[in-house]
Design a protein around this ligand. Sequence first.
Ligand code: SAM
Length: 534
Amino acid sequence: MPARLAGAASAGGILPGPRAHLARPNVTPNQNATPAAGSRGAIDAAIKEAYEGFRYESRPCPTSTPVRLATMARLMGLEAPDPSTARVLEVACGDGGNLVPMAAASPSARFVGIDIATGAVAEARAMAADLALGNIAFHAADLRDLPGDIGRFDYVVAHGFYSWVPAEVREAMFATLRSRLEPDGIAFVSHNVMPGCALRGVAWSLLRPHVAGIDDPARRIAEARSMARLMADAMAQLPGAARALAEEFREIAARADFALLHDDLAVVNHPVHLREIVAEAGSHGLAWLADADLYRHPAPAYGGAMNAWLAGVDRLTREHVVDHLRLRRYRESLFVHRERGTPTPPAPERLAPMHVAASNDSAERHASLPRAPAASDRTPAAAQRMLIDRLVDLHPATVPVSEAVSWIIARSDPGSLLAAPASALLMLLNACHAGAIVPFARPVRILRTAGAKPRAFAPARWQASRHAFVVNLRHEGVDFSDPVQRRLLPLVDGTRTRAELASELAAWVPDSPNPPRLLDDYVAHFAKIGLIEE
Ligand SMILES: C[S@@+](CC[C@H](N)C(=O)[O-])C[C@H]1O[C@@H](n2cnc3c(N)ncnc32)[C@H](O)[C@@H]1O
């Protein structure tokens, strides 16, 4: 996962989605077998059994939200359905960790999730029921049995699905996208990619046979983890490529149980080159729109000669070569109906009606950077730096692009490069490409100062006592392992005054000299990590 998603501005780190760590090829011959077309064979049964037997903890995937999908489509010159009233389908919704918070954040939109694992769907239903959501429904079923009368959707999300199912289910996924996506809809498909997966595949080709005879999930996990550690330690002592590969084993050894079991030891793992999945989608009448994250679009970052070469080739060739330059192993690809025509590159003027926020990486790095330039420094570099500082101060909330542009112009001398709105917009777009800021088609309402009766985002309150992560109002996973925070957050529901919350806190932290102040600190922290809406 890119470093920019790896941490928040405060004690809680913004979690990478587990899928982002997990790309790997089918490397064990007997696990590559797929059942004959049309049948539902042993591999289907093994996949279902694996997910029924050991829960996969689904995290929020920020780039899969309707707002982020609409953002990318509009930046590339396509209309996109209004996210606030959209119909959204999630294929392989698992325990609802991605879909339920989306439904809670957009009460006028409607959501449907389908997953073959009945236990996971029961968990998703329980979360939705506890949150009293009336805009979400689930089907505990194989994707191939999606009800025929379910209608069409403005957005379809298939996260952590394509690379983990057999060929005929991948086919069914694309057929579903084609038949269920509205003509102006956007589909999000995450998948493992080559050539990065070839590296991780070295570890998989050792670990999967190593645990092949073990049925008990806990033992499979323990054995694989132990072998991964052994390999990492031994390979770190060796020269050349072995030392580099030690890191692959080290990463696997450090993974959460559910991710190690379902990703690194999976029954099916099918990484592809981008060109291959684009061709596959094309055979179903779908066209690749773009990567879901502007930050991951190719940028001229590879030295003069390579940058010039990349500038002269077509889009897919450029992506293919950059995947090799970066040894990329995971992608989030957006697809649209082929009839929509060829998308155009993101254009600065399309950013004008949008909103921007500091990225988590900017917020994290900001803490260790020297102070911003003096206000008297009116060079373009200083204006850019001051803008990022300002967004970091507001992080994770968004500001209108129009406001950011006015702000840049006000800090630039007349006649200087950034004094023109078009140049200021270009600077903002470049900052999005660089991962310093994130564009949003709609504002994200996050309070930086909580009210007298503070209220935290309901899905986060629900998760706090059950998981070591919670979802914030930007739909990001935030580390949440502190026991006092986990106990306090469910009470921050808008019904209690700060004094009432402080007296609860005093009972759990009896040695605190000043519970009201401690409470204020906790609530301020919740606001800083994007959990407070009142
Ligand atoms: C790796 S998990 C991903 C879950 C979630 N989307 C995420 O990324 O956190 C794969 C999911 O696909 C589901 N699945 C596998 N085969 C399926 C099928 N044929 N139809 C529907 N769901 C399926 C599994 O039950 C599991 O929940």
